[in-house]
Write a protein that binds this ligand. Structure first.
Ligand SMILES: *Cc1c(COP(=O)(O)O)cnc(C)c1O
Length: 968
């Protein structure tokens, strides 16, 4: 972002906000004596301070009185005393964060309204994979704006996830039908990263060939080409961009990537090209517009091995880049190589069909540095919406939408030809390319802008116009009038329409034949379907979801409301910056705040999940070493306890993973680290470390660890998924990290959405700023930036207001209190449960950070009870099970977060204690070891044990359905 832009964006509302940021109220040590946001008696004295009411006590679960009680149970006189013992003094931040003071919901939303008003919503005809569309209101209100859907967790526990699993199976079936390919996954992050995933999947499949060249059509969207190039580079893959009409495969390639229809609207018949590719041993990937496939021959029918693309135009707002669900479909034989998650149809213990995530063995947690992809959080909520859009419209409705767009496009083309313009070759689907002489092109773009219309400049001598679901005859009238340049139109649009030839629709194969796409076309039926599915699932609207490492905290309504404001929803990601001043100001403020919270010099908001942040951060480190002539530094040290995305990301960034052992307390074994760092001193690129550790403790040695890595020439990458234990108390940059990602969908209140969306921005120290990722269409990033890592320059822009609102509501003191209460809640649970279940790891002071691990391994011997049995039994008690068997097999990791009240924590503890008594009854022989409450729960148990289900899902002879099937 340029200075002038930021200057321009600073109107007075914004300045008021910035002024607040340099006037933090000095705070006391203990929240018990920090009245400004906690004590209604003392702080509501002045009229000025009142605007609604304080948000902080709404965000925090336990009241002050509850906190006092919990502290007493733990034996601490104050929260400050607990924190002083938990967080090692060596890393403790000695001052308050320099952030604006917390404000009320009413007040913050007023400010945000003024910021949003600085975004200008023009009519967008830009295309390039993003189209204005109509979100059916019934889907907007009942899914997108409904916490029953957006606060769900990833569906790892099928017994309480049948609703979203069914919605995702609908999505998979829709993609599979429309693309004509057998298998589709349950979403990826965006079209660019999906193309990159397809490239690496094909690379893996073709490994034996030893060919390292990937061919990409120059008619792909520019952001797709850029993301693919970035991904290829560290893997040593050479990307050749060319014209499929002239490429004759004399250079061997392992796969090709085509766009269908092409970015400029051309619809090519790729059959011969793909036949040729296959004959030369190459695989074919087609990036296809899913809506167009209701009319066009699907990629699966002309030989594509993989189809990928965006499902944004299936009812998802453009949102200045996202979030939207990308899709990924392929042929049956490649099902084990598919990146992301798949939903499969299985059977529950009673033999009834039940859904669950399938093929989990290829996930990073098990495969680690052998994983084929690092995708963890994807775009579940958006996939659910896109699937519902297809359920609502059905095959005939979708086809009608597509035909209407196509007809209007042909009418537009006819009109432009009558005006004397040369157009790209027909047929068209939604985009026409118009030849114009350069000066005329500029004039037209200018004129369009003055009428609040955005056209695409495809090349110096051609413009592009892409139509969409919202396009009207008036739009055509306006566009044609624009291109007539002052002259009266020599025709009427309705006369043109009458002359337009019939829709071009070579597709003959049926799609969306399953009854689900035919039953719910009335709003009443769809409303009930959505609610029926929702009712099968557990979300934060029902109970605590104590998922270790995933920080399922409150997603406040005030944080969510702006997401569907049109000023945020209706912006195309590539509009000129002057139309996105509101967004730019919001990003700049959010970057400033996140930089202050982490201690880093700069932030990139581009990565759209934690995994993408890891990959980006490591690319930045790689670029830094290369820039210093140390490109041979490619060894990445990763503790055994690391999240599976860490090793998978390191491999994607072209690094070799060396594992570091952990000691009996769960800490990094510093002796082993020292030995490995020394051993690889010449090649050391980085250490990836999670802090507090994945074992839920603040490691005392973190400064020493960082210093050690630096002394050996390496950089420190900090996995910031556990930032909820640090905000306001310590900062990664201060204790030695060089890069860190933040999971905004964990610590900073973006809801989990059932497995996405997410955002994984990275913070970097000053020496790494020049390498922050750039973008081919909108200038951003460092002067020597690594290429684009996501399709949109600022990732999923429309969910960034959520984190902005959270920070603005909480302020420096509120955020710090949240961290302190998160630590209090975790220690309270650990303390209450310790007499029943051993706490696996504790810090030197016998305390945990913001989560704790319960060791359940003993019960296997004493009662044949396994961790899954306890997890399932918790469902009977009304809870979502905690993280199971990670980071240690046979254990449970509990993270209550600051938002859960003492009553809810007690309810959870009591459930766990009751389960302990049930185990005891088995231990004592009072109940049967195999026929008991723990083994038979919940009544419709369908999860079984992962491994057992894996084999039953794919029996040697039988079949499993990864899509809806009228037969099952
Ligand atoms: C959640 C998590 C990640 C991955 O983040 P995604 O957004 O799911 O890609 C990485 N590391 C840790 C420790 C995590 O908890």
């Amino acid at each position: 972002m340029s200075e002038s832009l930021i200057d321009a964006a600073n109107t007075h509302q914004a300045q008021a906000l910035v002024t607040r940021s340099i006037d933090p109220t000095p705070g006391g040590d203990s929240i018990l004596v920090a009245p400004s946001t906690q004590d209604p008696q003392t702080d509501r004295g002045t009229v000025q301070a009142w605007a609604g009411e304080d948000f902080v006590p709404r965000h925090l679960g336990p009241s002050l009185a509850d906190q006092a009680q919990m502290l007493e149970v733990l034996g601490f006189p104050s929260l400050a005393a607990l924190i002083a013992k938990t967080v090692p003094p060596a890393i403790r931040l000695s001052r308050e964060l320099q952030l604006p003071a917390g404000r009320s919901e009413y007040d913050v939303l007023q400010t945000l309204r003024a910021i949003a008003a600085q975004n200008q919503v023009f009519r967008s005809f830009l295309g390039m994979g993003y189209s204005p569309c109509i979100t059916p209101p019934v889907i907007q209100r009942n899914i997108l704006e409904n916490p029953g859907w957006y606060t769900q967790y990833t569906p790892y526990q099928p017994e309480i996830a049948q609703g979203r699993l069914e919605a995702l199976l609908n999505f998979q079936t829709m993609v599979s039908d429309l693309t004509g390919l057998a298998i589709a996954n349950a979403s990826l992050l965006d079209e660019g990263t999906a193309a990159a995933e397809a490239m690496t999947m094909c690379y893996g499949l073709q490994a034996k060939q030893g060919v390292k060249t990937f061919w990409v059509s120059d008619t792909c969207h520019p952001q797709t080409i850029a993301v693919v190039q970035t991904r290829a580079q560290p893997l040593g893959i050479e990307v050749v961009v060319g014209d499929h009409r002239s490429f004759n495969f004399d250079t061997p390639v392992f796969a090709v990537l085509l766009q269908y229809p092409a970015s400029d609207g051309a619809i090519y018949d790729y059959q011969l090209f793909i036949d040729q590719a296959h004959a030369r041993g190459a695989l074919a990937i087609v990036a296809a517009d899913l809506l167009s496939l209701t009319l066009l021959t699907p990629p699966g029918e002309f030989g594509a091995d993989v189809a990928i693309g965006n499902t944004q135009r299936f009812g998802i707002p453009m949102g200045y880049g996202g979030p939207h669900a990308a899709y990924f479909a392929t042929r049956e034989p490649y099902k084990r190589q598919i990146p992301g998650r798949l939903v499969g149809v299985s059977k529950d213990v009673h033999g009834h069909p039940a859904l669950r995530l399938a093929l989990q063995t290829r996930e990073q947690h098990i495969r680690r540095d052998k994983a084929t992809s690092n995708i963890c959080t994807a775009q579940v909520l958006l996939a659910v919406m896109a699937g519902m859009y297809a359920v609502y419209h059905g095959p005939a409705g979708l086809k009608q939408i597509a035909q209407r767009i196509q007809q209007l496009t042909q009418t537009l083309a006819l009109g432009l030809q009558r005006l004397g313009y040369q157009l790209g070759q027909p047929p068209y689907f939604d985009t026409v390319r118009i030849q114009v002489e350069v000066h005329r092109g500029w004039r037209l773009l200018e004129r369009a802008r003055s009428q609040r219309i955005n056209l695409r400049a495809i090349a110096p001598n051609s413009l592009g116009i892409s139509l969409n679901e919202t396009t009207t005859l008036q739009d055509l009238q306006d566009l044609l009038t624009l291109f007539a340049e002052e002259q009266p139109l020599p025709f009427t649009v309705s006369a043109l329409l009458a002359e337009t030839p019939a829709a071009y629709g070579p597709r003959t194969s049926p799609y969306l034949t399953h009854p689900v796409f035919h039953r719910y076309h009335s709003e009443t039926e769809l409303l009930r379907y959505i609610h029926r599915l929702q009712a099968k699932d557990l979300s934060l609207t029902t109970a605590m979801i104590p998922l270790g490492s995933c920080t399922m905290k409150l997603n406040a309504t005030a944080e969510m409301v702006p997401v569907t404001w049109p000023e945020f929803g209706q912006l195309h990601p590539f509009v000129p910056l002057e139309q996105a001043q509101g967004y730019q100001l919001l990003f700049q403020q959010l970057e400033t705040w996140l930089a202050e919270i982490t201690g880093f010099a700069g932030i990139s908001l581009q990565p759209n999940a934690g995994s993408q942040g890891e990959y980006t951060g490591l690319l930045v480190i790689r670029a830094y070493h290369q820039h210093r002539g140390e490109g041979h530094r490619t060894v990445c040290l990763i503790p055994q306890s690391a999240h599976g995305t860490n090793p998978a990301s390191a491999v994607m960034a072209g690094m070799q993973v060396v594992a570091i052992a952990c000691d009996a307390h769960g800490n990094i074994d510093i002796a082993d680290l020292r030995a490995k760092a020394k051993q690889h001193q010449q090649q050391l690129a980085a250490l990836m470390v999670t802090y507090p550790s994945t074992h839920g403790v603040f490691e005392e040695g973190i400064r020493e660890i960082c210093a050690l890595v630096h002394a050996c020439g390496g950089q420190v990458y900090l996995d910031g998924a556990n930032m909820n234990a640090q905000v306001g108390l310590c900062r990664p940059a201060d204790f030695g990290a060089d890069v860190c990602h933040l999971n905004l969908h964990k610590t900073f209140c973006i809801p989990h959405g059932g497995g996405g969306p997410g955002m994984g921005p990275i913070g970097v120290a000053a020496h790494l700023l020049p390498f922050l990722p750039g973008h081919p269409v909108v200038a951003t990033g460092g002067s020597q930036g690594v290429g684009a890592v996501a399709a949109a320059p600022w990732g999923s822009g429309s969910i960034l207001p959520i984190s902005w609102v959270y920070i603005a509501l909480m302020g420096a003191q509120g955020l710090t209190q949240a961290t302190e209460v998160a630590i209090l809640n975790a220690n309270y649970i650990a303390h209450r449960l310790a007499p029943y279940y051993p706490i696996l790891y504790q810090g030197q002071q016998g305390l945990v950070a913001h989560e704790c691990i319960l060791d359940l391994r003993q019960f296997k011997k004493t009662a044949e009870v396994e961790v899954d049995d306890i997890a399932k039994r918790l469902i009977d008690y009304g809870f979502h099970p905690p993280t199971v068997s990670w980071p240690v097999a046979g254990t449970m990791m509990v993270e209550p977060t600051e938002s859960e009240s003492k009553q809810e924590l007690d309810r959870f503890c009591e459930a766990m204690i009751a389960i302990r008594a049930e185990i005891q009854a088995i231990e004592r022989g009072e109940v049967d070891r195999h026929n008991n409450l723990l083994k038979n729960c919940p009544p419709h148990r369908g999860g079984l044990n992962d491994r057992r289900l894996e084999s039953s899902l794919f029996p040697r002879t039988g079949r499993v359905s990864l899509r809806l099937d009228t037969g099952t």
